[in-house]
Design a protein around this ligand. Structure first.
Ligand code: ADP
Length: 459
Protein backbone atom coordinates (compact mmCIF):
# COMPACT_ATOMS: atom_id res chain seq x y z
CA UNK A 1 0.00 0.00 0.00
CA UNK A 2 2.80 2.43 0.82
CA UNK A 3 3.99 2.27 -2.77
CA UNK A 4 0.50 2.08 -4.27
CA UNK A 5 -1.64 -1.02 -4.15
CA UNK A 6 -0.43 -4.01 -6.17
CA UNK A 7 -2.78 -6.73 -7.46
CA UNK A 8 -3.43 -8.49 -4.14
CA UNK A 9 -3.78 -5.22 -2.21
CA UNK A 10 -6.24 -3.97 -4.77
CA UNK A 11 -8.47 -7.02 -4.38
CA UNK A 12 -8.32 -6.61 -0.65
CA UNK A 13 -8.98 -2.88 -0.78
CA UNK A 14 -12.14 -3.53 -2.81
CA UNK A 15 -13.18 -6.11 -0.26
CA UNK A 16 -12.60 -3.73 2.61
CA UNK A 17 -14.52 -0.93 0.91
CA UNK A 18 -17.61 -3.12 0.73
CA UNK A 19 -16.98 -3.94 4.40
CA UNK A 20 -16.91 -0.18 5.12
CA UNK A 21 -20.24 0.26 3.35
CA UNK A 22 -21.79 -2.52 5.45
CA UNK A 23 -20.27 -0.99 8.58
CA UNK A 24 -21.85 2.38 7.70
CA UNK A 25 -25.34 0.80 7.59
CA UNK A 26 -24.70 -0.51 11.11
CA UNK A 27 -23.46 2.94 12.23
CA UNK A 28 -26.62 4.59 10.81
CA UNK A 29 -28.79 2.15 12.78
CA UNK A 30 -26.61 2.83 15.87
CA UNK A 31 -27.11 6.62 15.55
CA UNK A 32 -30.89 6.21 15.26
CA UNK A 33 -31.01 3.97 18.36
CA UNK A 34 -28.77 6.41 20.31
CA UNK A 35 -31.03 9.36 19.42
CA UNK A 36 -34.07 7.40 20.55
CA UNK A 37 -32.47 6.23 23.83
CA UNK A 38 -31.02 9.67 24.68
CA UNK A 39 -34.29 11.41 24.05
CA UNK A 40 -36.89 8.89 25.25
CA UNK A 41 -35.10 7.07 28.04
CA UNK A 42 -32.56 9.58 29.33
CA UNK A 43 -34.58 12.75 28.74
CA UNK A 44 -31.77 14.60 26.91
CA UNK A 45 -33.03 17.55 24.85
CA UNK A 46 -32.08 16.85 21.24
CA UNK A 47 -32.80 18.70 18.00
CA UNK A 48 -33.86 15.60 16.14
CA UNK A 49 -34.79 17.40 12.89
CA UNK A 50 -31.24 18.34 11.77
CA UNK A 51 -29.87 15.11 13.24
CA UNK A 52 -32.24 12.98 11.17
CA UNK A 53 -31.39 15.09 8.14
CA UNK A 54 -27.69 14.23 8.56
CA UNK A 55 -28.55 10.54 9.07
CA UNK A 56 -30.68 10.68 5.89
CA UNK A 57 -27.83 12.29 3.96
CA UNK A 58 -25.43 9.63 5.27
CA UNK A 59 -27.82 6.87 4.19
CA UNK A 60 -28.19 8.47 0.77
CA UNK A 61 -24.45 8.74 0.23
CA UNK A 62 -24.00 5.16 1.44
CA UNK A 63 -26.48 4.07 -1.22
CA UNK A 64 -24.50 6.00 -3.83
CA UNK A 65 -21.21 4.51 -2.53
CA UNK A 66 -22.75 1.05 -2.74
CA UNK A 67 -23.77 1.67 -6.37
CA UNK A 68 -20.44 3.26 -7.36
CA UNK A 69 -18.59 0.65 -5.33
CA UNK A 70 -19.74 -2.14 -7.67
CA UNK A 71 -18.55 -0.17 -10.67
CA UNK A 72 -15.26 0.75 -8.95
CA UNK A 73 -14.69 -2.91 -8.02
CA UNK A 74 -15.05 -3.94 -11.64
CA UNK A 75 -13.29 -1.11 -13.44
CA UNK A 76 -11.10 1.12 -11.32
CA UNK A 77 -7.36 0.96 -10.91
CA UNK A 78 -5.52 0.90 -7.58
CA UNK A 79 -5.33 4.70 -7.46
CA UNK A 80 -9.05 5.02 -8.27
CA UNK A 81 -10.02 2.64 -5.48
CA UNK A 82 -7.76 4.57 -3.06
CA UNK A 83 -9.41 7.91 -3.94
CA UNK A 84 -12.79 6.29 -3.48
CA UNK A 85 -11.85 5.07 0.02
CA UNK A 86 -10.38 8.50 0.93
CA UNK A 87 -13.51 10.27 -0.23
CA UNK A 88 -15.76 7.99 1.82
CA UNK A 89 -13.79 8.46 5.01
CA UNK A 90 -13.62 12.24 4.52
CA UNK A 91 -17.41 12.36 4.06
CA UNK A 92 -17.85 10.15 7.12
CA UNK A 93 -15.80 12.63 9.18
CA UNK A 94 -17.95 15.44 7.85
CA UNK A 95 -21.13 13.54 8.76
CA UNK A 96 -19.82 12.79 12.26
CA UNK A 97 -18.89 16.47 12.75
CA UNK A 98 -22.38 17.52 11.58
CA UNK A 99 -24.03 15.02 13.96
CA UNK A 100 -21.91 16.30 16.84
CA UNK A 101 -22.58 19.90 15.92
CA UNK A 102 -26.34 19.33 16.05
CA UNK A 103 -26.11 17.48 19.35
CA UNK A 104 -24.05 19.69 21.65
CA UNK A 105 -20.80 20.24 19.78
CA UNK A 106 -17.88 20.03 22.16
CA UNK A 107 -20.26 19.00 24.97
CA UNK A 108 -21.05 15.74 23.19
CA UNK A 109 -19.21 12.69 24.63
CA UNK A 110 -19.43 10.98 21.22
CA UNK A 111 -16.48 13.17 20.18
CA UNK A 112 -14.29 10.16 20.90
CA UNK A 113 -15.96 8.36 17.96
CA UNK A 114 -13.48 10.08 15.64
CA UNK A 115 -11.09 7.37 16.80
CA UNK A 116 -13.10 4.70 14.95
CA UNK A 117 -12.77 6.62 11.71
CA UNK A 118 -9.04 6.91 12.18
CA UNK A 119 -8.67 3.20 12.88
CA UNK A 120 -10.72 2.41 9.77
CA UNK A 121 -8.59 4.87 7.75
CA UNK A 122 -5.39 3.17 8.92
CA UNK A 123 -6.78 -0.19 7.77
CA UNK A 124 -7.89 1.09 4.38
CA UNK A 125 -5.45 3.82 3.46
CA UNK A 126 -1.75 4.49 3.29
CA UNK A 127 0.06 5.97 6.29
CA UNK A 128 0.22 9.46 4.72
CA UNK A 129 -3.46 9.42 3.79
CA UNK A 130 -4.38 8.36 7.35
CA UNK A 131 -2.48 11.34 8.82
CA UNK A 132 -4.23 13.60 6.33
CA UNK A 133 -7.60 12.26 7.51
CA UNK A 134 -6.58 12.87 11.15
CA UNK A 135 -5.69 16.45 10.23
CA UNK A 136 -9.04 16.85 8.48
CA UNK A 137 -10.88 15.50 11.56
CA UNK A 138 -9.08 17.92 13.87
CA UNK A 139 -9.64 20.82 11.44
CA UNK A 140 -13.38 20.07 11.22
CA UNK A 141 -13.68 19.76 14.98
CA UNK A 142 -11.70 22.94 15.65
CA UNK A 143 -13.65 24.90 13.02
CA UNK A 144 -16.96 23.72 14.45
CA UNK A 145 -15.98 24.53 18.02
CA UNK A 146 -14.52 27.96 17.26
CA UNK A 147 -17.40 29.00 14.98
CA UNK A 148 -19.88 27.95 17.68
CA UNK A 149 -17.92 29.82 20.37
CA UNK A 150 -17.70 32.88 18.15
CA UNK A 151 -21.44 32.75 17.56
CA UNK A 152 -21.07 32.30 13.78
CA UNK A 153 -22.67 28.86 14.00
CA UNK A 154 -25.59 28.15 16.25
CA UNK A 155 -24.76 26.07 19.33
CA UNK A 156 -27.24 23.23 19.91
CA UNK A 157 -27.05 22.77 23.65
CA UNK A 158 -27.54 19.27 25.07
CA UNK A 159 -30.16 20.18 27.63
CA UNK A 160 -30.44 17.73 30.49
CA UNK A 161 -26.92 16.45 29.96
CA UNK A 162 -24.32 19.13 30.69
CA UNK A 163 -24.39 22.78 32.00
CA UNK A 164 -25.06 25.28 29.20
CA UNK A 165 -21.97 27.47 29.59
CA UNK A 166 -19.48 24.62 29.07
CA UNK A 167 -18.98 25.21 25.39
CA UNK A 168 -17.98 28.84 26.00
CA UNK A 169 -15.20 27.97 28.45
CA UNK A 170 -11.96 28.47 26.54
CA UNK A 171 -9.99 26.19 28.88
CA UNK A 172 -12.52 23.38 28.50
CA UNK A 173 -12.62 23.90 24.73
CA UNK A 174 -8.83 23.83 24.30
CA UNK A 175 -8.50 21.00 26.77
CA UNK A 176 -10.97 18.82 24.86
CA UNK A 177 -9.58 19.73 21.45
CA UNK A 178 -6.02 19.08 22.58
CA UNK A 179 -6.93 15.75 24.16
CA UNK A 180 -8.96 14.61 21.12
CA UNK A 181 -6.33 15.89 18.67
CA UNK A 182 -3.41 14.12 20.34
CA UNK A 183 -5.50 10.98 20.84
CA UNK A 184 -6.31 10.90 17.12
CA UNK A 185 -2.68 11.37 16.04
CA UNK A 186 -1.53 8.78 18.54
CA UNK A 187 -4.22 6.36 17.37
CA UNK A 188 -3.18 6.95 13.76
CA UNK A 189 0.44 6.30 14.66
CA UNK A 190 -0.29 3.05 16.50
CA UNK A 191 -2.85 1.74 14.06
CA UNK A 192 -0.81 2.51 10.93
CA UNK A 193 2.31 0.94 12.49
CA UNK A 194 0.42 -2.23 13.29
CA UNK A 195 -1.33 -2.43 9.92
CA UNK A 196 1.84 -1.76 7.93
CA UNK A 197 3.57 -4.55 9.85
CA UNK A 198 0.63 -6.85 9.18
CA UNK A 199 0.66 -5.90 5.51
CA UNK A 200 4.36 -6.76 5.26
CA UNK A 201 3.66 -10.16 6.80
CA UNK A 202 0.69 -10.64 4.52
CA UNK A 203 2.89 -9.78 1.55
CA UNK A 204 5.45 -12.35 2.68
CA UNK A 205 2.76 -15.00 3.09
CA UNK A 206 1.40 -14.23 -0.37
CA UNK A 207 4.90 -14.48 -1.84
CA UNK A 208 5.59 -17.73 0.00
CA UNK A 209 2.32 -19.34 -0.99
CA UNK A 210 2.93 -18.26 -4.58
CA UNK A 211 6.38 -19.90 -4.48
CA UNK A 212 4.85 -23.01 -2.91
CA UNK A 213 2.18 -23.17 -5.58
CA UNK A 214 4.88 -22.90 -8.24
CA UNK A 215 6.90 -25.71 -6.63
CA UNK A 216 3.81 -27.91 -6.38
CA UNK A 217 3.08 -27.23 -10.04
CA UNK A 218 6.66 -28.14 -11.01
CA UNK A 219 6.52 -31.31 -8.95
CA UNK A 220 3.18 -32.30 -10.45
CA UNK A 221 4.59 -31.74 -13.93
CA UNK A 222 7.70 -33.78 -13.13
CA UNK A 223 5.53 -36.54 -11.70
CA UNK A 224 3.32 -36.53 -14.79
CA UNK A 225 6.40 -36.69 -17.03
CA UNK A 226 7.76 -39.61 -14.99
CA UNK A 227 4.44 -41.40 -15.17
CA UNK A 228 4.37 -40.88 -18.91
CA UNK A 229 7.90 -42.24 -19.30
CA UNK A 230 7.08 -45.17 -17.05
CA UNK A 231 4.02 -45.84 -19.21
CA UNK A 232 6.12 -45.73 -22.40
CA UNK A 233 8.72 -48.04 -20.87
CA UNK A 234 6.13 -50.49 -19.61
CA UNK A 235 4.33 -50.45 -22.95
CA UNK A 236 7.59 -51.10 -24.77
CA UNK A 237 8.50 -54.02 -22.51
CA UNK A 238 5.00 -55.40 -22.88
CA UNK A 239 5.23 -55.34 -26.70
CA UNK A 240 8.71 -56.91 -26.76
CA UNK A 241 7.69 -59.64 -24.32
CA UNK A 242 4.53 -60.30 -26.24
CA UNK A 243 6.37 -60.59 -29.57
CA UNK A 244 9.16 -62.87 -28.40
CA UNK A 245 6.94 -65.21 -26.41
CA UNK A 246 5.25 -67.14 -29.24
CA UNK A 247 8.39 -67.73 -31.40
CA UNK A 248 10.25 -68.85 -28.26
CA UNK A 249 7.48 -71.26 -27.35
CA UNK A 250 7.52 -72.63 -30.92
CA UNK A 251 11.29 -73.08 -30.84
CA UNK A 252 11.02 -74.82 -27.46
CA UNK A 253 8.39 -77.24 -28.85
CA UNK A 254 10.55 -77.98 -31.91
CA UNK A 255 13.61 -78.64 -29.77
CA UNK A 256 11.50 -80.94 -27.58
CA UNK A 257 10.52 -82.95 -30.68
CA UNK A 258 14.19 -83.30 -31.69
CA UNK A 259 15.34 -84.05 -28.10
CA UNK A 260 12.71 -86.78 -27.72
CA UNK A 261 14.29 -88.55 -30.72
CA UNK A 262 11.22 -88.27 -32.95
CA UNK A 263 13.41 -87.04 -35.81
CA UNK A 264 16.01 -89.74 -35.30
CA UNK A 265 18.63 -90.56 -32.68
CA UNK A 266 21.18 -87.87 -31.85
CA UNK A 267 24.63 -88.36 -30.34
CA UNK A 268 24.91 -87.88 -26.55
CA UNK A 269 26.85 -84.60 -26.91
CA UNK A 270 24.24 -83.09 -29.27
CA UNK A 271 21.48 -84.03 -26.79
CA UNK A 272 23.38 -82.33 -23.99
CA UNK A 273 23.72 -79.10 -26.01
CA UNK A 274 20.07 -79.34 -27.00
CA UNK A 275 19.06 -79.64 -23.35
CA UNK A 276 21.13 -76.56 -22.43
CA UNK A 277 19.46 -74.61 -25.23
CA UNK A 278 16.03 -75.69 -23.93
CA UNK A 279 16.92 -74.46 -20.41
CA UNK A 280 17.92 -71.07 -21.83
CA UNK A 281 14.72 -70.86 -23.85
CA UNK A 282 12.63 -71.73 -20.78
CA UNK A 283 14.39 -68.92 -18.91
CA UNK A 284 13.56 -66.51 -21.72
CA UNK A 285 9.96 -67.70 -21.70
CA UNK A 286 9.74 -67.16 -17.93
CA UNK A 287 11.18 -63.67 -18.38
CA UNK A 288 8.68 -62.80 -21.12
CA UNK A 289 5.85 -64.12 -18.96
CA UNK A 290 6.95 -62.15 -15.87
CA UNK A 291 7.33 -58.98 -17.94
CA UNK A 292 3.82 -59.41 -19.27
CA UNK A 293 2.39 -60.02 -15.77
CA UNK A 294 4.24 -57.01 -14.36
CA UNK A 295 3.11 -54.60 -17.05
CA UNK A 296 -0.45 -55.95 -16.88
CA UNK A 297 -0.53 -55.46 -13.09
CA UNK A 298 0.72 -51.89 -13.39
CA UNK A 299 -1.54 -50.96 -16.28
CA UNK A 300 -4.75 -52.46 -14.95
CA UNK A 301 -4.44 -52.71 -11.18
CA UNK A 302 -6.31 -55.71 -9.76
CA UNK A 303 -8.65 -53.42 -7.83
CA UNK A 304 -10.18 -52.37 -11.14
CA UNK A 305 -11.92 -55.75 -11.15
CA UNK A 306 -12.92 -55.91 -7.51
CA UNK A 307 -14.49 -59.02 -6.20
CA UNK A 308 -14.32 -61.00 -2.98
CA UNK A 309 -11.49 -63.52 -3.05
CA UNK A 310 -10.92 -66.09 -0.34
CA UNK A 311 -7.23 -66.03 0.59
CA UNK A 312 -7.49 -69.44 2.30
CA UNK A 313 -8.70 -71.15 -0.90
CA UNK A 314 -5.96 -69.46 -2.96
CA UNK A 315 -3.28 -70.57 -0.45
CA UNK A 316 -4.55 -74.20 -0.51
CA UNK A 317 -4.50 -74.25 -4.33
CA UNK A 318 -0.98 -72.83 -4.55
CA UNK A 319 0.31 -75.23 -1.86
CA UNK A 320 -1.14 -78.09 -3.89
CA UNK A 321 0.69 -76.86 -7.03
CA UNK A 322 4.06 -76.77 -5.25
CA UNK A 323 3.67 -79.94 -3.20
CA UNK A 324 5.40 -82.20 -5.74
CA UNK A 325 8.32 -79.78 -6.34
CA UNK A 326 8.81 -79.42 -2.56
CA UNK A 327 8.62 -83.16 -1.97
CA UNK A 328 11.27 -83.80 -4.66
CA UNK A 329 13.68 -81.70 -2.55
CA UNK A 330 12.42 -83.25 0.71
CA UNK A 331 11.05 -79.85 1.74
CA UNK A 332 8.05 -79.99 4.04
CA UNK A 333 5.36 -77.60 2.82
CA UNK A 334 2.97 -76.65 5.63
CA UNK A 335 -0.17 -74.51 5.53
CA UNK A 336 -1.74 -72.94 8.60
CA UNK A 337 -5.10 -71.42 7.73
CA UNK A 338 -8.30 -70.69 9.64
CA UNK A 339 -11.31 -72.96 9.12
CA UNK A 340 -13.33 -70.04 7.74
CA UNK A 341 -12.80 -67.98 4.57
CA UNK A 342 -10.66 -64.84 4.80
CA UNK A 343 -11.96 -62.60 2.08
CA UNK A 344 -10.07 -59.73 0.50
CA UNK A 345 -11.19 -57.46 -2.34
CA UNK A 346 -9.34 -57.82 -5.63
CA UNK A 347 -9.09 -60.19 -8.54
CA UNK A 348 -8.38 -63.89 -7.95
CA UNK A 349 -5.72 -64.09 -10.69
CA UNK A 350 -3.54 -61.42 -9.12
CA UNK A 351 -3.92 -62.82 -5.61
CA UNK A 352 -2.85 -66.25 -6.86
CA UNK A 353 0.10 -64.72 -8.73
CA UNK A 354 1.20 -63.03 -5.49
CA UNK A 355 1.06 -66.22 -3.39
CA UNK A 356 2.69 -68.30 -6.16
CA UNK A 357 5.65 -65.95 -6.42
CA UNK A 358 6.31 -65.98 -2.67
CA UNK A 359 5.93 -69.76 -2.35
CA UNK A 360 7.99 -70.41 -5.48
CA UNK A 361 10.85 -68.31 -4.03
CA UNK A 362 10.58 -69.99 -0.64
CA UNK A 363 10.83 -73.47 -2.19
CA UNK A 364 13.55 -72.36 -4.64
CA UNK A 365 15.83 -70.75 -2.04
CA UNK A 366 15.45 -73.45 0.63
CA UNK A 367 18.04 -76.25 0.60
CA UNK A 368 16.88 -79.86 0.53
CA UNK A 369 15.24 -81.06 3.73
CA UNK A 370 14.10 -77.59 4.85
CA UNK A 371 10.68 -76.26 5.80
CA UNK A 372 8.32 -73.87 4.06
CA UNK A 373 5.29 -72.60 5.91
CA UNK A 374 2.35 -70.62 4.53
CA UNK A 375 0.13 -69.06 7.18
CA UNK A 376 -3.04 -67.01 6.92
CA UNK A 377 -4.45 -65.05 9.86
CA UNK A 378 -7.38 -62.73 10.26
CA UNK A 379 -6.60 -59.71 12.47
CA UNK A 380 -9.42 -57.20 12.99
CA UNK A 381 -10.11 -56.13 9.42
CA UNK A 382 -6.73 -57.17 8.01
CA UNK A 383 -5.71 -60.45 6.43
CA UNK A 384 -2.13 -61.45 7.05
CA UNK A 385 -0.29 -63.85 4.79
CA UNK A 386 3.14 -65.05 5.96
CA UNK A 387 5.38 -67.21 3.77
CA UNK A 388 8.40 -68.36 5.74
CA UNK A 389 11.23 -70.75 4.98
CA UNK A 390 14.42 -72.14 6.48
CA UNK A 391 16.42 -71.20 3.36
CA UNK A 392 19.52 -69.21 2.45
CA UNK A 393 18.23 -65.87 3.79
CA UNK A 394 18.82 -62.39 2.40
CA UNK A 395 21.74 -60.17 3.50
CA UNK A 396 20.52 -57.03 5.29
CA UNK A 397 21.98 -54.58 2.76
CA UNK A 398 20.03 -56.24 -0.05
CA UNK A 399 16.63 -56.42 1.65
CA UNK A 400 15.38 -53.19 0.06
CA UNK A 401 16.83 -53.91 -3.36
CA UNK A 402 15.25 -57.31 -3.92
CA UNK A 403 11.93 -55.56 -4.66
CA UNK A 404 13.51 -53.71 -7.60
CA UNK A 405 13.14 -55.03 -11.13
CA UNK A 406 15.69 -57.65 -12.28
CA UNK A 407 17.50 -57.61 -8.94
CA UNK A 408 18.86 -60.93 -7.72
CA UNK A 409 20.95 -61.23 -4.56
CA UNK A 410 24.45 -62.65 -5.04
CA UNK A 411 23.59 -65.56 -2.73
CA UNK A 412 20.59 -66.43 -4.94
CA UNK A 413 22.68 -66.37 -8.10
CA UNK A 414 25.27 -68.61 -6.44
CA UNK A 415 22.66 -71.33 -5.90
CA UNK A 416 22.51 -71.73 -9.69
CA UNK A 417 18.70 -71.64 -9.54
CA UNK A 418 16.96 -69.95 -12.45
CA UNK A 419 15.24 -66.62 -11.85
CA UNK A 420 14.19 -63.49 -13.66
CA UNK A 421 14.49 -61.06 -10.76
CA UNK A 422 10.93 -59.91 -11.47
CA UNK A 423 8.90 -62.06 -9.04
CA UNK A 424 9.08 -59.71 -6.07
CA UNK A 425 8.44 -56.65 -8.30
CA UNK A 426 5.21 -58.37 -9.35
CA UNK A 427 4.38 -59.15 -5.70
CA UNK A 428 5.02 -55.53 -4.71
CA UNK A 429 2.86 -54.15 -7.55
CA UNK A 430 -0.02 -56.47 -6.63
CA UNK A 431 0.19 -55.69 -2.90
CA UNK A 432 0.16 -51.95 -3.67
CA UNK A 433 -2.84 -52.37 -5.95
CA UNK A 434 -4.68 -54.24 -3.18
CA UNK A 435 -3.87 -51.38 -0.78
CA UNK A 436 -1.78 -53.67 1.40
CA UNK A 437 1.67 -53.68 2.93
CA UNK A 438 4.64 -55.94 2.26
CA UNK A 439 7.55 -56.61 4.59
CA UNK A 440 10.43 -59.05 4.93
CA UNK A 441 12.41 -60.46 7.82
CA UNK A 442 15.43 -62.59 7.17
CA UNK A 443 18.54 -64.06 8.71
CA UNK A 444 21.34 -65.21 6.41
CA UNK A 445 21.62 -69.00 6.42
CA UNK A 446 18.58 -69.38 8.68
CA UNK A 447 15.58 -68.36 6.66
CA UNK A 448 13.24 -65.68 5.42
CA UNK A 449 9.69 -64.62 6.11
CA UNK A 450 7.66 -62.42 3.73
CA UNK A 451 4.56 -60.86 5.30
CA UNK A 452 1.68 -59.41 3.31
CA UNK A 453 -0.93 -57.39 5.12
CA UNK A 454 -4.14 -56.90 3.10
CA UNK A 455 -7.30 -54.96 3.86
CA UNK A 456 -9.97 -57.51 4.50
CA UNK A 457 -13.64 -57.60 3.58
CA UNK A 458 -15.26 -58.53 6.90
CA UNK A 459 -18.99 -57.99 7.33
P1 ADP B 1 14.02 -64.37 -8.69
O1 ADP B 1 13.48 -64.70 -10.02
O2 ADP B 1 15.48 -64.17 -8.68
O3 ADP B 1 13.55 -65.27 -7.63
P2 ADP B 1 12.48 -62.36 -7.30
O4 ADP B 1 12.13 -61.00 -7.71
O5 ADP B 1 11.39 -63.31 -7.01
O6 ADP B 1 13.45 -62.92 -8.42
O7 ADP B 1 13.39 -62.27 -6.04
C1 ADP B 1 14.44 -61.31 -6.04
C2 ADP B 1 15.55 -61.79 -5.15
O8 ADP B 1 15.12 -61.80 -3.79
C3 ADP B 1 15.99 -63.19 -5.40
O9 ADP B 1 16.89 -63.28 -6.49
C4 ADP B 1 16.65 -63.55 -4.09
O10 ADP B 1 17.94 -62.98 -4.03
C5 ADP B 1 15.78 -62.84 -3.09
N1 ADP B 1 14.77 -63.71 -2.52
C6 ADP B 1 13.44 -63.70 -2.78
N2 ADP B 1 12.79 -64.61 -2.02
C7 ADP B 1 13.74 -65.22 -1.26
C8 ADP B 1 13.69 -66.23 -0.24
N3 ADP B 1 12.57 -66.81 0.11
N4 ADP B 1 14.85 -66.57 0.33
C9 ADP B 1 16.01 -65.97 -0.01
N5 ADP B 1 16.11 -65.01 -0.94
C10 ADP B 1 14.98 -64.63 -1.56
Amino acid sequence: MEAGPHKVDLEELRDRISWLIRLRWAAIAGVLVTIWVAQRLLGVELHTGPLLLVVGALAADNLVFWGIGRWVAAAATGAGVSYFANLQIALDLLALTALIHFSGGIENPFLCYYVFHIVIASILLSRAATYLQVTLAIALLTAMTSLEAAGVLRHYHLGGFIPAEFFQSRVYMFGVLFAIGTMLYFTAFMATSITSRLRRREGEIVRLSEALRKHTEDLTQAYEALRYLEGVRSDYLHRVAHHIRSPLATVERMLAVVAEGRTGQLPERALEILERARVRIREMLALARDLLVLSRTREAPPLAQREKVDLVTVVQEVAQEFRRQAASASISLLTECPEFPVEVMGDPGSLKELVENLVSNAVKYTPDGGDVRIAVELRANRAELAVSDTGIGIPEDEREEIFGEFYRAASARETGKEGTGLGLSIVKAIVEAFGGELSVESAVGKGTCFRVDLPCDVQ
